[in-house]
Design a protein around this ligand. Sequence first.
Ligand SMILES: *Cc1c(COP(=O)(O)O)cnc(C)c1O
Length: 476
Amino acid sequence: MLYEPLLFEISKPGRVGVALPDLDVPESPLPTEFLRTEEPNLPELSELDVARHFVRLSQKNYSVDSVFYPLGSCTMKYNPKVNEAAAAKPKFTATHPLQPEETVQGNLQLMFELQEMLKEISGFDGVSLQPAAGAHGEFSGVLTMRAYHLSRGDTKRTKMLIPDSAHGTNPASSAMSGFTVQEIPSDDRGNIDLDALKAACDDTVVGLMITNPNTLGMFEEHVEEVVKTVHDCGGLVYGDGANLNALMGIVRPGDLGFDVMHFNLHKTFSTPHGGGGPGSGPIGVSEALAPFMPGPIVAKDGEMYKLVTPEHSVGSVKAFYGNFGVMVRAYTYIRMMGADGLRAVSENAVLNANYMRVKLQDAYHVPFNRICMHEFVAEGDIIEGIHTMDIAKRLIDYGYHPPTVYFPLIVHEALMIEPTETESKETMDGFIDALHKIAEEAKTNPDLLHSAPHTTELGRLDEVQAARHPVLKYLG
Ligand SMILES: *Cc1c(COP(=O)(O)O)cnc(C)c1O
């Protein structure tokens, strides 16, 4: 079917889909001022009409439950269903954020234990679960850095250093915190250019925001020297923890000397995301920064769990507790995996990415081609006249969700692939095979790529218009 009709369009007057139970309490009419004066304009449908409509719509979605979804940087791993079962437990879903602490001890215990587990995984001294996503964690972490500097009377620091491979949220959250951004170039191995970093370090530096492994999937080879350089000029090191999936049980950012880092619970710790949320972006901080982090956090007082606000906290950055449902999923995931399981996650994520990198490098140029971490970046302009977008769209015809395209910005025609640990060798081989076939088609029948996708209801969209002027409401 080319076009899925809207519920309004298949509505038939008088058709009914629900059977309301008989009233079993005394009737109590609403005051007249609350009564509507016109009938609501609602579609009238049978239950079957509604069920088919929504099932058909759901089948049009690409999701990690239906296809391989190798988005670089975003860690679209499979979300085990046990996480959902835990988060759906009525004892969690029926609690109210304003309940007295003694009546929500179970929820607070879960949050406390999650804080402790994240500390152990990352090597930080304090964790605040408040921020609602990675970008929000960055904003909260940068405000925490700012509060630390100001508390020491160190008021000259206004400049944040950010490598040119960074995710766009890094400069955005620095700017939102009132700082200017100085970009630091990468060297030809995909590391931060140390000389450029040294030249930029002075007493106006708030800190460095660093993603390790970075968005090229490269582990920063001089990370200890990078950290020392920034600390030597009085700056702090912010770790963008979005790529923690490569490191768990192997390297702890706190041990590397990072002062603050956000976790993306919805990425590394397996909770469904995309389409705008929900997420959770807790921050971990060093001992020196712990008094400044956002609150409340959960503390244990004897046998009781309670909410406390760190002494010099930058304040609350989210209503109530943060996104509690995401915390339950992440907690369940960590408990199910255990310490050895988490290490195996990272080992397999790295192994899978390197397998795909090596299998694809003959057909797709990999500009920073050394052993990668959990992802790697290839280039899609494999032959004159073919662009990354053509490859990405053609992959849809082969039944795959395209990888991240045109990011990171420092790779021309980037095709950023992150298989994650959850994919089997068969799935990866299928994807590698499709990319090889597409590389052949690029030579023999380039128009097939230019006009892709061919199997979707709508072909090549104007993506700028679709993002800027989406048509979201019923017009008829
Ligand atoms: C996803 C991501 C972010 C932002 O995290 P959100 O949870 O989407 O706000 C920041 N940096 C990197 C490298 C990321 O991959």
